[in-house]
Design a binder for this molecule. Sequence first.
Ligand SMILES: [Zn+2]
Length: 344
Amino acid sequence: MLRKLLSLIIFIIICSPAITAEKILIKRIEVHHDRGLEYLDIYTDGYVEGEGLLLENKLVLEFPKATVSPKVKIKLPKKKLRLIKKVRPKPKTDQIVLDLNKEIDYEIVNVFGRNKSVVEIRDRVDHTEEMMAAWEKKTLKLKAPKLEPKKYIEVKKTKKVLPLRGRIIVIDPGHGGLDPGAVAANGIAEKHLTLKVAKKIAYLLNEAGATVYLTRHKDRTVSIRELASFANRVKADIFVSIHYNYSYIKKVAGTETYYWNRQSRNLALTLHRSLVRGLKRRDRGLRRAKFYTINHTSMPAVILEPVFISNAEESKLASSAAYQAKLAQIIANGVKQYFRSKAR
Ligand SMILES: [Zn+2]
């Protein structure tokens, strides 16, 4: 009896890879436009859940349980498209890449029961980058006392292998003191929210073995010029600045990540991906912009804008302690993943 059972188990083990390895095929892509919007209808032979990642001038669509058929057909409209430059399905992978002409917003709807995913692409409706640039111009003139960063010293007394041992990380809670940053829909200033999350991130990274500098540990005015030179002076491996986004258009919501130098792209991409996948807010893209700190630091440097505090729903999230803890965990995990991939 036991023998029979054993051979049955072996049979199942041998056969199961063949069953699970069968992937859903992406067979056809149709592109059309209607009233200023552009659409991609993606046809498969099973139910798939598409995920997007907006990276500067391209949108990467991923379908984790599917694979693009080598014989995939693309049907494009006769007229040239305004937003989409090129559709590039990558055969034998789970990716379809869209090259873009302009800044966009997008949404993916996975139609259950119809073996179809619809990607809707529209013009971006606001200009957060310009608002940030205007804030920075004002802040660069601000008189600030000397920087007094809080140092979290590397954990040395444990025999455990710590993933971030030997790393030096600067965490910057955006704004502070005379510069409140944006004011959330529920009345809380950005400077208070960034500090709460940054403290939690610093704690988690320090626990993982890193030496962490928090550029401020209380409500204090900081000079963004000094931030950059400080990070350079302590020879930080990475610089991560925490902010919250703001738009006059209250419905605008989602996650944005900024970087400038090419050497920062990998860190920015890793953190943006973790934030988009972890927070599950709208993906507003990984973006390149020449902001002061990320342009004057000599190590990989990013500015994170996890959610919009001008949006009622997201401001409520940003103020909740549970969400702050979750956000800190996602960012700390993203940092660990970044160093892991670097070590490989
Ligand atoms: Zn900010």
